[in-house]
Design a protein around this ligand. Sequence first.
Ligand SMILES: [Zn+2]
Length: 108
Amino acid sequence: MSLDASRIEPRPERLTAHESRQRLEHARNTRLTQLRALPESGQADDQLMSAQKAAIERVLKEIEEAFARIEQGTYGTCLGCGKPVPGERLEILPYTRYCVACQRRAAA
Ligand SMILES: [Zn+2]
């Protein structure tokens, strides 16, 4: 019996599908909690509430789309330029479709 130390590889630059799913699930749970924490409609500032609700639901939809991209094997690839989205960006925004440069271009 021997431990083959040469098999220990450096941490890959890109997240594994498993890690990506975990991050997306965490992001989804956070949004679902936020959604449940919103007061019932009819209270206080209704317009602000529905704007918040719509924003959270939009992110939830993006998260679902990101799950689909993991299945398709396109997760982590920028839809704008086709390059890999940097891992540190995916840590903050696991459901993002664009790298920083393309996101800026899309928002402009
Ligand atoms: Zn890009």
